[in-house]
Design a protein around this ligand. Structure first.
Ligand code: ADE
Ligand code: ZN
Length: 340
């Protein structure tokens, strides 16, 4: 019992980064109804409670159907700003000091919302958090993999005037049937522009998709990567390349990627030396932000103090942040765990 209290306390108080977060997945039902009302948009759910009752998913696609519906009430730059600010305020209170945020421009462009409206609102909130709290950040533009490579290229075209605000590109949405190789050329174009690349792989899709992301796309990071554990050679390769995995425990549970939290593979990942990190993915839909993800791992997966420290360090070593800040936070973690 004492051990459990100490671990929770440590997890909550330690500095944290969030490396896998879809800003549209932070849309709390209350805020969604507020925006729907002020933008005069009818939601298919008659109340906040009814909407929340729909948060039960058998797989990724069932969640995505609701996620795209939810984001349809984001209209103005102020909407994107307030959505982002609400998320940053919450995680600042959880000692998150660095965030790397995905946004899905195609989910808004196809509704007629200009690229500049989206990015300017999100970016304004990030800059405000930076000046108020010294919170550092990177913005990641994600391509929707159920759409065509042509659509991804058209989106990249729209991003060109805003490249100074974008650090990396990602690949998300329905994984099965949409392998990374479908986007080989557009990722090459992004790399030629100096952008970093990450891709969701091995969430529902097979280890083969992770191989493609590593071998063909030459990603800088893997989002999820759960199914890498099925392939010893792949584990070896991920370790050799020192590729960080942005793992999302509560997401995996809610989307039935794992049977239950006690079966979560993050401890096995660590035991193989994989650079696993803890992240929240779509916290408004999956029942928790950063602290709640750590709490689930502590209470249900029984992670040890040594594993908690490793996860904390991995999250800073895998972050795209200035070296001096990284060092400062790594030292703080060493001090916090010095008694162990
Ligand atoms: N978009 C938002 N959340 C996602 C997830 N967990 N997997 C793929 N695409 C997503
Ligand atoms: Zn994700």
């Amino acid at each position: 019992m004492i051990q459990k209290v100490d671990l929770l306390d440590l997890a909550f108080s330690m500095p944290k980064t969030e490396l896998h977060l879809h800003i549209e997945g932070t849309f709390e039902a209350e805020q969604m109804f507020e925006f729907a009302q002020r933008n005069n948009i009818a939601l298919t759910y008659s109340s906040i409670d009814q909407l929340k009752q729909a948060y039960s998913f058998a797989n990724l696609q069932e969640f995505l159907d609701l996620y795209y519906q939810g984001m349809s009430v984001l209209i103005t730059e102020q909407d994107f700003y307030e959505l982002t600010m609400a998320y940053l305020t919450k995680v600042h209170a959880q000692n998150v000091v660095h965030v790397e945020i995905f946004f899905d421009p195609q989910g808004h462009l196809e509704r007629g919302i200009p690229f500049s409206t989206q990015i300017n609102g999100i970016y304004r909130a990030l800059k405000e958090a930076e000046s108020k709290w010294d919170m550092t950040f990177k913005l990641i533009m994600s391509f929707l993999r159920h759409l065509s490579e042509e659509s991804a290229f058209a989106t990249l075209e729209q991003a060109i005037p805003h490249l100074e605000k974008i650090y990396a590109v990602g690949l998300d949405s329905s994984e099965l049937g949409h392998p990374p190789e479908k986007f080989l050329r557009v990722f090459k174009a992004c790399q030629n522009l100096g952008l970093k690349v990450t891709a969701h792989a091995g969430e529902e899709g097979p280890a083969k998709y992770i191989w493609q992301a590593v071998d063909d796309i030459k990603v800088d990071r893997i989002d999820h990567g759960n199914r890498s554990l099925e392939d010893k050679d792949l584990i070896h390769r991920l370790n050799h390349e020192q590729l960080t995995l942005t793992v999302c425990p509560l997401s995996n549970e809610k989307l039935c990627v794992v049977d239950d939290m006690s079966q979560h593979p993050i401890r096995e990942m660590l035991s193989h030396g994989l650079l696993a990190t803890v992240n929240s993915d779509d916290p408004a839909y999956f029942g928790g932000y950063m602290n709640e993800n750590y709490q689930a791992l502590i209470e249900q997966s029984k992670i040890t103090i040594a594993e908690l420290k490793q996860l904390a360090k991995n999250s800073f070593n895998g972050a795209w942040m200035p070296a001096d800040k990284r060092q400062k936070y790594l030292s703080q973690i060493d001090e916090l765990f010095a008694f162990t």
